[in-house]
Design a protein around this ligand. Structure first.
Ligand code: BG6
Length: 510
């Protein structure tokens, strides 16, 4: 077969369409009784098994304080799978998976528990043929990261026996600011080498987020206009309708900007703005993303170009919602942001002068994440201004969720005898174009960990560059005023609208 023009034979050695199946291995989840584990991790493990992507002898070890036996743990996994798995429940898949499930009871400071973990892993190596290959998933509050990794080291669990591997998966938030992120990196890297550490940013596991790369770099028609000559500005929105639910302990003092802008939104921005990587290997991808993050410029007047808000009582989906300060477990004087909007610039040739507006919030009008690349108006219009009164700016909108797809918005003549131009859109929807449903982000990411494929995991450098962007904003907020209140169920504080109005722009209402 004649190679496609420009194809690199070295890179094309493996056929990427073939299913990637994990080899002999096991997963140890710390914090297995938590919400993330129940709603995402355990269902993802089952979904992978159901799709035939796990090895037959796969092992799943839960580690937690709860006084459980193996059977109680298996029941818990069963319940989590029945409630949250993406794929249908199949008894034969379950029966195979349950063979490799074990529970280890203990506290993180309990040496005996870590010895029990060790012997459980050895037992599973024999019984299930895991080959000594284990990933440790730290689904625990960040304050426990150092203790857990130190314990793994102390009990010889971080070192892989000859011919096998050990990996650590770390959930966000990775630090609280640049300084704490550096300290944490130092602690983790004392125990695990950089290529053993997988930091989760689950947004990178989403199909629609990976599709940003396909849209930009597999096509010819978008890239020529993807720059300051054509783009007016970019809006990245991650809106949630939910409040903080039962997560007061985690959320208060962290807030929206640290919770999702530092990771998810800055990653979305980096993928939208970066140059084409030389390949899709982790090194090449990280290098391009890091260049964008390193070129970010903060506005001089942080008061005018950043906004933080906090939800007040209101109505959400026809139901009364309490304000953040009335939520269980929240300090009634808390200044934690549940909404954040910031304006960033990127100092490079492609993006100089193009603002990137990032916003996120809880208890907003509805759940939607999107990246809107908004184009400049035509430099000249041959139409009478009355013909184009209803015409907005052209835009390409990457709909990350929930209605996954891409919209191209442009002007079209309204049928009739006069000339009137109005916005219309061309739509690509995953549901209409593909028969396969998208895997959950955690399925993809857990599989990648077991395969040792680190493309979709942010590295130390990106984490630190992201804190470097956020720290001055958080410091400014600490010293100036309080978050603006916005009623639940609305699109955030009026200050955020004013922030864009000052630039002669407005937020999209997705
Ligand atoms: C998490 C945040 O990273 O992302 C949560 O900690 C947020 O606060 C969640 O609710 C949203 O994820 P998704 O995939 O539902 O958009």
């Amino acid at each position: 077969m004649t190679p496609v023009h420009g194809a690199n034979p070295l890179r094309d050695a493996a056929d990427r369409r073939l299913p990637r199946i994990a080899g002999p291995s096991g997963l140890v989840i710390f914090g297995v009784t938590g919400d993330l584990s129940r709603k995402k991790l355990m269902p993802a493990v089952y979904d992978l098994a159901n799709r035939g992507l796990l090895p037959p002898g796969f092992a799943l070890i839960g580690f937690a304080r709860r006084e459980w036996e193996n059977e109680d743990f298996a029941q818990e996994v069963h319940d989590a799978v029945s409630e949250h798995a993406r794929t249908p429940f199949r008894e034969e898949v379950w029966q195979q998976l349950v063979q490799g499930m074990r529970f280890v009871q203990g506290n993180f400071d309990d040496d005996d528990a870590f010895e029990r973990l060790k012997s459980t892993m050895q037992e599973l190596d024999k019984a299930q043929g895991t080959g000594g290959n284990f990933a440790y998933y730290l689904s625990v509050p960040p304050k426990f990261f150092p203790e857990v990794v130190q314990q793994l080291k102390k009990h010889g669990l971080a070192d892989a026996p000859e011919g096998s591997w050990r990996r650590a998966v770390i959930e966000k938030p990775f630090g609280h600011d640049l300084e704490s992120a550096r300290e944490l990196n130092a602690i983790v890297h004392e125990v695990f080498a950089p290529d053993q550490v997988f930091r989760i940013d689950h947004y990178l596991g989403k199909e629609t987020v990976q599709n940003i790369l396909a849209l930009r770099f597999a096509n010819t028609m978008f890239e020529p206009i993807w720059n300051r000559s054509y783009v007016d500005h970019v809006q990245i929105t991650m809106a949630e309708d939910i409040g903080i639910g039962g997560r007061a302990g985690y959320y208060d003092g962290i807030g929206a900007a640290r919770d999702v802008i530092q990771n998810h939104l800055l990653q979305l921005m980096a993928l939208t703005a970066m140059e084409e990587p030389a390949s899709f290997d982790a090194d090449a991808l990280v290098a391009e993303k890091a260049k964008v993050l390193g070129a970010v410029r903060l506005p001089k007047d942080l008061g005018a170009h950043t906004v933080r808000g906090q939800y007040a009582a209101g109505w959400q989906g026809g139901e009364k919602a309490v304000g953040y300060l009335q939520e269980d477990g929240i300090d009634p004087k808390s200044n934690t942001d549940t909404y954040a909007a910031i304006k960033l610039g990127i100092d490079n040739r492609r993006w100089a002068g193009v603002p990137f507006y990032l916003r996120t919030g809880k208890r907003l009008g509805r759940r939607v994440t999107e990246i809107a690349v908004v184009f400049q108006r035509a430099p000249h219009s041959p139409f009478d201004h009355t013909a184009t009164e209803e015409l907005g700016q052209n835009a390409i909108v990457i709909r990350v969720q929930p209605d996954e797809g891409i919209t191209v918005r442009f002007g079209s003549k309204v049928p009739g005898t006069s000339m009137e131009i109005r916005d219309v859109s061309m739509d690509f929807a995953y549901g209409e174009s593909f028969t396969e449903s998208s895997p959950e982000a955690y399925e993809r990411l857990i599989l990648d960990v077991l395969l040792g494929d680190s493309n979709l995991f942010p590295r130390t450098e990106e984490v630190e560059l992201s804190w470097n962007i956020l720290d001055p904003i958080e410091n400014y907020w600490d010293k100036h005023g309080k978050p603006a209140q916005y009623p639940s169920g609305t699109w955030g504080p009026a200050e955020a609208d004013e922030m864009l109005a000052r630039d002669g722009r407005s937020w999209r209402r997705p």
